[in-house]
Design a protein around this ligand. Structure first.
Ligand code: EPZ
Length: 465
């Protein structure tokens, strides 16, 4: 298991390329199950989740091959497999993206129900409601969804859930409807750019889709789809993360390839907080030249502020003058990063469905524990701004969704090293209650959560013997 050792206080300066979007690549890879012939993708990020999905698709009869650093070729070679293995779906919730394409292309799909998740309850009831509306027979048995349909029929579907639209639910139902008989309408469809990118791929394959990027989609089913070439959009979540890194370290970073029109709400909010954001050739420049000021942030479905940058925004607001309130309307409990930020000297407390952040002049290095993909990014950002040494453990979470983030940060001047999680690699400057002559197995040491985590700062490090 690896950890990051970070010495904070170094301004990030320079130019870095934004990778392809994880949350577009995953449903797009799954959609190749629908096509005859091979598809060649560009802009496929080198991520653990992408590798896991590639493994899952191979188990489902798809030949998947990396053609170069960001290229991938996928072609269906066997249409008999129809069971998506628990071991693989367990590791990556987005494995559920194969459900719709499998059902539409093979008439049946057996996909493990995704397991638990540190960011909150993540049911797939709306996915199943949409597929049932298309005429699928849906059963839940032994932790698996078993969906069958001799021929899907177009239908009028409402896909709104209790927390608004569903991103992968829209991907699943859209990917099934394109091969259904007749016309399907989807109301309360997700409008995220990643869903639009999937829709654009399907149209290239021969699908007939109207309304992409709006909550109302109309799909006219076709008999078959053909493999295509497609370049995946850049990752707006990675871009926002790097913008915040530039601001927190009072640096100046040019982000090559970022699409600012995919992140209008984020740009608006960052500018309100005091981050300098300017367009430039083929990207944008982010700089931390002004004092940061408090701001209230509410994470919402697109085009609102994405829940996937809520943790990173919280890290930024920890260093902003004044009181900020952060609320997440998509995953209301997505605050596992808060107590770990408190360990870095932040002043945060939970108040019903929100977190209240009282900005501090400086953060101080500490040993912290990642709990999920975006929480780990927030802890890395805060460590970059903190005075002294920090250690971020369990960075396997980060590797699921960020392509070589430590390399990119080092390229910009950060003092960050990836090392094995072992006592000898713990900086001597760090006192941590888990630092002893042997590190506690990280699987046993849970991040602090629950109502008292704002008192985490009261935990005093055990004096080193
Ligand atoms: C996608 O997850 C993203 N993952 C998530 O990114 C992202 O946080 C999320 O959308 C919201 O934008 C991928 O695209 C692979 P949802 P998804 O279905 O589709 C509720 C990351 O860090 N809901 O849009 O699983 C659900 O509980 C990841 O990259 C139902 O109630 O999220 C949540 O509260 C984390 N029933 C809300 O809707 C359902 O059937 C939005 O979930 C489906 C969802």
């Amino acid at each position: 298991m690896d950890m990051f050792v970070v010495r904070g206080g170094k301004p990030l300066v320079g130019r870095v390329a934004v990778s392809g979007a994880k949350n577009a690549a995953l449903p797009i890879m799954a959609a190749t199950l629908l096509a005859d012939g091979s598809s060649r993708l560009a802009g496929v990020p080198d991520l653990v989740d992408v590798a896991t999905l590639a493994e899952l698709l191979r188990s489902l009869g798809v030949h998947v091959e990396r053609t170069n650093a960001d290229g991938m070729e996928l072609s269906v070679v066997d249409t008999k497999p129809w069971v998506a293995d628990y071991e693989l779906v367990r590791r990556m919730r987005a494995g559920v993206c194969v459900l719709g394409p499998l059902l539409a292309s093979r008439g049946r799909a057996c996909v493990s129900l995704p397991g638990g998740c540190n960011i909150g309850h993540r049911p797939i009831d709306v996915h199943l409601k949409g597929l049932a509306a298309l005429g699928a027979d849906i059963r839940i048995e032994n932790g698996y969804v078993i969906a069958t349909a001799t021929q899907l029929q177009g239908a009028d579907i409402y896909l709104g859930g209790p927390f608004g639209s569903t991103v992968t639910g829209t991907c699943n139902v859209l990917s099934a409807a394109v091969l259904a008989n007749g016309v399907t309408t989807i109301e309360a469809a997700a409008c995220e750019p990643e869903v639009v990118d999937l829709g654009n791929l399907l149209i290239k394959m021969g699908a007939r889709i109207e309304g992409l990027g709006t909550p109302f989609l109309r799909i006219e089913g076709v008999a078959s789809l053909a493999g295509v070439e497609h370049t995946i959009i850049r990752d707006r979540i990675e871009a926002a993360t790097l913008m915040i890194a530039a601001a927190l370290t009072r640096g100046r970073v040019e982000l090559e390839g970022v699409c600012l029109h995919h992140m209008t709400a984020v740009v608006e909010k960052l500018r309100e907080i005091g981050v300098v954001l300017e367009r430039c050739d083929n990207g944008a420049i982010a700089a931390g030249e002004n004092r940061l000021v408090a701001s209230d942030c509410i994470a919402l479905p697109y085009p609102g502020i994405p829940t996937d940058i809520q943790a990173q925004l919280m890290a930024l607001l920890c260093c902003a003058d004044g009181l900020s309130i952060v609320t997440d309307k998509v995953f209301p409990d997505r605050f596992m990063h808060a107590p770990e930020l408190v360990r870095l000297g932040a002043r945060i407390r939970r108040e019903s469905a929100s977190a209240i952040i009282n900005g501090v002049d400086r953060l101080s290095g500490a040993c912290v524990m990642a709990s999920d993909l975006r929480a780990s990014a927030a802890l890395v950002l805060a460590s970059l701004a903190a005075e002294g040494d920090s250690v971020v453990r369990r960075i396997y979470h980060l590797d699921r969704g960020y392509e070589r983030l430590d390399d990119k940060l080092r390229q910009l001047g950060a003092d960050i090293r990836r090392v094995r999680d072992a006592p000898e690699n713990m900086p001597g400057t760090l006192h941590s209650e888990i630092l002893s002559d042997q590190l506690v197995d990280t699987d046993d040491v849970q991040p602090i959560s629950g109502p008292n985590w704002h008192r985490a700062a009261s935990r005093t490090p055990r004096q080193l013997s």
